[in-house]
Design a protein around this ligand. Structure first.
Ligand code: NAD
Length: 437
């Protein structure tokens, strides 16, 4: 099939590349000229495992193309994906201006039957909004379909290629048939397409993301309680997770969730619920708790040093909001950095992929290292904000020899308490006992 993908960010670029890999001819459109130029020159602007390889394979196969020209891009495509930003607006709601602007443009240029598929995360009722905008200008038949994306950054290619399910919200039989054909290579008995109406599909995405954010937040609350009452959250997690009604995933406590999706999606669902006079209390608590949890390493550090961090040099491992991505949007590391900068601390940080993006925010306010060890030189303590696998089994002797004091505050529970005891570290983690020197 000839396909157009509008927006070449994490979702659009992965969608375009993976659909090209299934033999489709894909044109990706972006408004950002620099990005399109980069893509045309064969450079992938984001980090995602396996994306680069697949990208080059499909460029060479001449199935993947890039342009800034929307009109020429949709000319031969019946299927048009929207993978546009829906960032959080000032009042917490989802900003639909990107989706509305493109809908407006599409209304002016479509001259044939088109299926406009919304992959962006959008509030319930957006399919109707898009339909109304397009139909004001277009005299041609078209369908608007909700097809929310569930890929996870860091696993985006794998998740797109092997989705646990594909949700399609449409009342059009024609669109349903075409999409069933397009997605056939991605599904099997265990990975079904679930068809539904547009509104249920739009809400499914928010329900999934906000449920996961709630699960994380619940465990963070249990961890905070463990710290007070002297229980070990790892034991509690294992005990709970072995109940298959609960399951053992998403039960890992830490310094809160971040990223480009959970924070804005929780806010947006709270806002949409408020608009229909539904007081979504549990999600309001999730927002409040997570805000505090993201900074929670700092009070621990302050308490340990009697509120005096003057002249301190603090090392940070991990800046991305989670491992295997360079995305730092709403990353807990930024909350920690902001709090430390307020106290004039010297920060030296290392992340395998996210340093360029953090540099864009902080410039030379913080120092960066070449690897996880060189930032430890003369550091008073180490803070761990992201659980990259390269941090999991460090050479503890080397770590100790480089640091001024062997003190670690771990926001991701990377190490066993016994290991830290044996290696002679002061070690504070989340929801577990403190290992003292
Ligand atoms: P992104 O910011 O990485 O990419 C969006 C792209 O759209 C950018 O390249 C931008 O230049 C482009 N764009 C903006 N206006 C445009 C226009 N008028 N024409 C063409 N291109 C335009 O965003 P993303 O992370 O890919 O997310 C896109 C949507 O998918 C959001 O609604 C998000 O909530 C949702 N989503 C994201 C993820 C994720 O993990 N990132 C997962 C599932 C769903």
């Amino acid at each position: 099939m000839n396909l157009t993908v509008i927006g070449t960010g994490y979702v659009g670029l992965v969608t375009g590349t993976c659909l090209a890999d299934m033999g489709n001819n894909v044109i990706c459109v972006d408004i950002n000229k620099e990005k399109v130029e980069q893509l045309k020159q064969g450079k992938v602007p984001i980090y995602e495992p396996n994306l680069e390889e697949l990208f080059h394979k499909n460029i060479e196969g001449k199935r993947l193309h890039f342009t800034t020209d929307l009109k020429s891009a949709i000319k031969d495509s019946t299927v048009i994906f929207l993978a546009l930003p829906t960032p959080q607006d000032e009042d917490g709601s989802a900003d639909l201006s990107y989706v509305e602007a493109v809908s407006n443009d599409l209304g002016e240029i479509i001259d044939d039957y088109k299926i406009i598929i919304n992959k962006s995360t959008v509030p319930v009722g957006t399919s109707d909004i898009v339909k109304n905008i397009i139909s004001k200008k277009a005299n041609f038949e078209f369908d608007v379909v909700s097809n929310p994306e569930f890929l996870r950054e860091g696993f985006a290619v794998k998740d797109f290629m092997e989705p646990q399910r594909i949700i399609i919200g449409t009342s059009s039989i024609k669109a349903k048939e075409i999409l069933a054909r397009l997605y056939k290579p991605f599904i099997d008995v265990k990975r079904p397409i679930i068809f539904m109406d547009e509104r249920s599909s739009e809400l499914t995405k928010y329900a999934a993301n906000t449920f996961l954010a709630t699960k994380i937040t619940f465990m963070n609350e249990i961890a905070n309680l463990c710290e007070i009452i002297g229980a070990d959250v790892d034991r509690v997690r294992m005990g709970m997770g072995s109940d298959n009604r609960i399951g053992n995933r998403f039960l890992y406590p830490g310094i809160g969730y971040g990223g480009s999706c959970f924070p804005k999606d929780v806010n947006a669902l709270v806002k949409s619920s408020d608009e229909v006079n539904y007081d979504f209390k549990i999600l309001k608590s999730v927002l409040e708790i997570n805000k505090k949890q993201k900074k929670s390493l700092v009070p621990k550090v302050l308490k340990h040093y009697n509120n005096d961090l003057s002249n301190m040099r603090i090392a940070i491992w991990g800046l991305a909001f989670k491992p295997n991505t360079d995305d730092v949007r709403e990353a807990p590391a930024t909350d920690v950095i902001n709090e430390l900068l307020l106290r004039d601390v010297k920060i030296c940080a290392y992340d395998p992929e996210a340093m360029p993006n953090i540099k864009k925010i902080y410039g030379d306010k913080i120092e960066f290292g070449e690897n996880s060890y060189d930032i430890l030189k003369d550091a008073d303590c180490l803070l761990i904000c992201t659980e990259w696998s390269e941090f999991v089994s460090p050479n503890f002797k080397k770590v100790k020899s480089l640091m001024k004091e062997p003190i670690i505050f771990d926001g991701r529970n990377l190490f066993e308490l016994d290991t830290m005891r044996k290696n002679g570290f002061y070690y504070e983690s989340v929801g577990r006992k403190i290992v003292s020197l």
